[in-house]
Design a protein around this ligand. Structure first.
Ligand code: NAP
Length: 496
């Protein structure tokens, strides 16, 4: 139970969204009874929340755990999906709804020798359930994305010696987490409708709304004042609540990038080390911003070493540690914070067969094609929650999942009422939406940078070319379009 919050139990794992904006909104009872202890809850609390919801709604009786799905095949004659798990068990259903997660297929680095290492080794996305200790141990962490940044900061508190292998530094911003006191708890509970209404209208359904001004329209002093204010505030404000042009306009982006550069230089004592931690190949906010709680100060510790693997590439993992072009780093533990085969990866790991035995993997070989990120031509009665091209891929995710679920539920109800047994996106509607996703994405600076948001994964064959896999038009526009399609009787879908 718990999906991402079940698997990602690595040290330091916690929300980057405000806890009270993240929970389900559909049950007043759950909203009333559940109390978040911190503004950004840690993983164990979120997992408890998932279990609490499952028990409250009596969901366990409808869930079969430990059934990894191997193939799903559309039976054209019966208008049904055949689902087969790895252990050979089968199920059939009219509708197939995938909720397989955008960041659920962990990837190990394609470095030779990984299997030869004699010490302990873990991927953050499949962290063990037993406690893992770091005291008196020499630990290596490979990867400095949002996961690596959280894990490194926590591990550094107790580790014997830590070596961080960094390939691309990211622009990290302070999380500013704190406990929720009784008065704040009462206010949170009394204002859930207002909170969800604000989230609904913001780009990624976070509580932070973009400043309506352009960065280049205001004086340098005013600009600096907003940056400083946002840097001192909790959460994604500095990313999502910044001037409205900083993620679109290069010159505007350069102003916040320069500000962030200054912050890293202030926080890291050794100037040469600070330069290594400063990204040089992308501007602030053009990759997912890791939120941190003392990350940069970790590198002021005498027992922490940063290895820039662009300068000294990793050649192989050895039985004793990590060998770079500079020499061998002997360690007792290697932690792979090397990320996921994002968004399409979980689909690729299942053999999905649509009409005429067509394989989804082949259809998406040059990048995904979808209608509204929820339907695929050639694959009737299949709905892809948080799938590629869906606004939920760039979102405070439960907020967008609820929208996806409501839309699919209404469509299924519509089919029941009208006696339809088959629904499928038309080729034209799919082409139009896919083009729209590409056109919208091109306006954003992040599409000019390599990251999982552009389908890049150096460790997966065939995922080295940038591909539009997320929808960058924002959740409100996406919802408007979905609502309009429903209100007009579902143009773009053919029914049978
Ligand atoms: P990631 O952002 O893809 O980062 C993977 C890291 O591993 C990168 O630093 C990457 O370097 C490095 N790496 C991969 N292969 C490597 C290799 N062969 N050699 C050296 N370095 C290698 O993955 P992630 O940190 O797990 O985060 C994924 C996403 O999960 C986040 O962006 C976020 O959306 C989500 N997440 C959310 C939370 C939260 O909400 N609290 C927390 C953690 C993660 P390059 O950059 O050079 O490729």
């Amino acid at each position: 139970m718990g999906g991402t919050w079940y698997w990602n139990r690595y040290p330091g794992a916690r929300f980057d969204s405000e806890s009270w904006t993240y929970g389900y909104s559909f049950s007043e009872e759950i909203l009333r009874e559940w109390e978040w202890s911190e503004h950004f809850a840690a993983q164990p609390e979120t997992l408890r929340y998932c279990n609490f919801v499952a028990d409250k709604l009596d969901l366990r009786r409808d869930i079969e755990f430990n059934r990894r799905i191997r193939t799903v095949t559309y039976d054209e004659a019966a208008h049904q999906w055949d689902v087969e798990s790895e252990d050979g068990r089968r199920a059939r259903a009219r509708f197939l709804i995938t909720a397989i997660g955008p960041l659920s297929a962990p990837t190990m680095p394609s470095i030779p020798g990984v299997e030869t290492f004699r010490g302990e080794s873990y991927h953050t996305g499949t962290w063990p359930h037993e406690p893992v200790g770091f005291a008196n141990k020499r630990v290596a962490v490979i990867g400095t994305g949002a996961t690596g940044v959280q894990a490194i900061t926590e591990i550094a508190k107790t580790v014997g010696h830590l070596t961080v292998f960094q390939r691309t530094p990211n622009w990290c911003a302070p999380l500013h987490n704190r406990p929720i006191d009784a008065a704040t708890q009462a206010r949170i509970k009394a204002t859930y409708p207002e909170t969800f209404a604000i989230c609904r209208e913001s780009f990624g359904c976070f509580i932070h709304q973009a400043d309506p001004r352009n960065a280049l329209e205001v004086s340098p002093e005013e600009r600096e004042a907003l940056f400083e204010k946002l840097y001192g505030e909790p959460g994604f404000g500095i990313w999502m609540g910044n001037f409205r042009d900083v993620l679109i306009d290069r010159e505007a982006n350069a102003t916040i990038t320069e500000f962030m550069r200054g912050k890293i230089r202030q926080r890291v004592k050794d100037p040469a080390l600070a330069e290594k931690l400063i990204p040089t190949n992308h501007g602030f906010g053009t990759r997912r911003v890791p939120l941190e709680s003392g990350y940069y100060e970790v590198f002021n510790q005498s027992n922490v070493r940063l290895v820039d693997v662009r300068e000294t590439p990793i050649e192989r993992i050895t039985p004793a540690g990590v060998k770079t072009s500079e020499g061998e780093h002997e360690v007792d533990m290697i932690i792979y914070a090397t990320g996921f085969d994002a968004i399409t990866g979980a689909f690729d790991r299942i053999d999905v067969r649509g009409r005429g035995g067509r394989r989804l993997r082949d259809k998406w070989a040059e990048g995904p094609r979808t209608y509204l990120g929820l339907q695929i031509e050639g694959f009737p009665n299949l709905f892809t929650l948080v799938g590629p091209h869906n606004a939920a891929t760039f979102c405070n995710i439960p907020r967008c999942i609820e929208q996806n679920v409501d839309w699919v539920t209404a469509l299924i109800a519509h089919m029941r009422e009208s006696g339809h047994v088959r629904v499928e996106a038309t080729r034209e509607a799919e082409a139009e939406w896919t083009q729209h996703v590409h056109d919208t994405g091109r306006r954003m600076l992040f599409t000019q940078v390599d990251s999982w948001m552009m389908g890049i994964n150096s460790n997966v064959t065939g995922k080295q070319k940038r591909t539009f896999i997320v929808y960058a038009g924002g959740a409100p526009k996406y919802r408007e379009r979905c609502d309009e399609v429903a209100a007009r009787g579902y143009p773009g879908l053919s029914f049978g």
